[in-house]
Write a protein that binds this ligand. Structure first.
Ligand code: AMP
Ligand code: GLY
Length: 421
């Protein structure tokens, strides 16, 4: 097969790294990719958001399967546009991607299907939203309805913060059209986990869970980021929790989306809060997590390609997934300044030595090449990933690899996976 992966982050590097191992893969392309991805795939300079450009590229190269990494092109209808010209694509249609693209859609959907999530209300009027906050009290959570690059969620410890959050989103329009509507939610208490299920429109199979670290600093301090590291297995996601999530959240979602005429194909990422009364859904994403994907791909023993094809073709029922009996830890190395304005263009040296640490692999997330040099070109720059028999061993190897990387302008958290240790 000729395969095209769409995206340019650590998630897409991990997907390409897994696909490259498949005997079914004859040629692998990535658009636009990055210098790490270029080690395993041919990178082509078309941006992920350029739907027409990706479709043209897939036609030109006679691609058999397109795998869409990020949510933006999914919500924009890339899978529909590829389907319209007869190209198979992994990921949901635009209609099904609404589960991530509109928080209001997702909350109403959960209400219709009895899926356990936080109580909520939707508003297009700022005054009405503020009145609701005053009536409910704090802590409370204010969310922009649409896609806001992970920044549209504000957890507000008091009413004044919630009022300010409504102004930021609705009056100052900090997230543009994504903030025309807000969702205001009950604050959930518990431990968070990222849960993944592969879906084909009718059937879902569990891909397991990982735990991410959102805060930028050690001990979960400082502002939130896209994720500073992740690990699996997550002790909080017991076999009982997996069962509950599959029966109470994933199965009703797949059945409900099909019944409403928007069958969900692709990977369903349930952001969970494991509360005292069981798992509740914080949010849905319609793609692999980043950096959780790096962990999942490192644990996957089965060939990824037939699984993705089964999801796209509606044949998951007979699929079987095998995993390595290993723990995996990914430590994100970010450029100084992240999650504010990251320092760009600094040189990263000694990456090859880090890749040689046993069971370790360095996934590129935000790099660019300048001749033979690798330069930082984003906030989250590298995902240093390692396998081990235990979380402790995986973590030691990951930090051993981190410490070999010569990049004074980068930083990482030193406590990834602390909850599991
Ligand atoms: P998101 O950007 O949607 O992943 O949300 C960012 C973070 O906000 C989540 O990882 C949670 O830590 C937090 N969060 C979102 N909704 C809630 C909620 N209803 N209760 C408590 N925390 C929440
Ligand atoms: N790591 C969280 C996300 O991908 O949304």
């Amino acid at each position: 097969m000729k395969i095209l992966v769409v995206g340019s982050g650590g998630r897409e590097h991990a997907l390409c790294w897994a696909i490259r191992r498949s005997p079914l893969c004859e040629a692998l392309y990535c658009a636009p990719g990055n210098p790490g991805i270029a080690q395993v795939a041919t990178c082509l300079p078309v941006k992920a958001e350029n739907v027409a450009g990706i479709v043209a590229l897939a036609q030109e190269r006679a691609i058999d399967l397109v795998i869409v990494g990020p949510e933006g092109p999914l919500v924009a209808g890339l899978v529909d546009a590829l389907g319209a010209v007869g190209i198979k694509a992994f990921g949901p249609s635009a209609a099904a991607a609404q589960l991530e693209g509109s928080k209001g859609f997702m909350k109403d959907f959960c209400a219709r299907h009895g899926i356990p999530t936080a109580a909520y209300a939707r508003f297009t009027d700022a005054a009405a939203a503020k009145a609701y906050v005053r009536q409910q009290g704090a802590p409370i959570v204010v969310k922009a309805d649409g896609l806001a690059a992970g920044k549209g969620v504000m957890v507000c410890p008091n009413e004044a913060d919630a009022i300010a959050a409504i102004d930021t989103i609705m009056t100052e329009k900090a997230f543009g059209a994504a903030g025309v509507e807000v969702v205001i939610e009950e604050f959930l208490v518990g431990e968070e986990a990222s849960f993944f299920a592969l879906c084909d429109g009718k059937t879902a199979i569990a891909l397991g869970a990982a735990q991410d670290h959102k805060a930028v600093g050690d001990g979960d301090t400082g502002p939130n980021t896209g994720g500073m590291g992740a690990y699996a297995p997550a002790p909080v996601v017991t076999p009982e929790v997996v069962d509950t999530v599959m029966t109470k959240i994933v199965a009703p979602t797949v059945a409900g989306m099909a019944a409403e005429g928007n069958p969900f194909r692709g990977v369903l990422f349930a952001g969970l809060m494991i509360t005292a009364t069981g798992p509740r859904l914080i949010e849905f994403n319609v793609r692999f997590g980043d950096p959780e994907c790096q962990v999942l791909m490192s644990r996957l023993k089965s060939d990824l390609v037939p699984l993705l094809c089964a999801s796209a073709d509606g044949n998951l029922e007979s699929a079987d997934v095998e995993w390595f009996d290993a723990a995996v830890v990914v430590v994100v190395m970010a450029a100084k300044g992240y999650p504010g304005t990251p320092l760009k263009g600094t040189e990263i040296r000694n990456l090859a030595a880090a890749d040689e640490v046993p069971e370790a692999v360095v996934f590129h997330a935000g790099t660019r090449a300048d001749g033979d040099r690798i330069l930082a070109d984003g906030g989250r720059v590298l995902g240093v990933t390692a396998r081990g028999r235990t979380v402790m061993e995986a973590r030691e190897r990951a930090y051993q690899a981190v410490d070999l990387i010569d990049w004074p302008e980068g930083f990482c958290r030193r406590d990834i996976a602390w909850r599991a240790l």
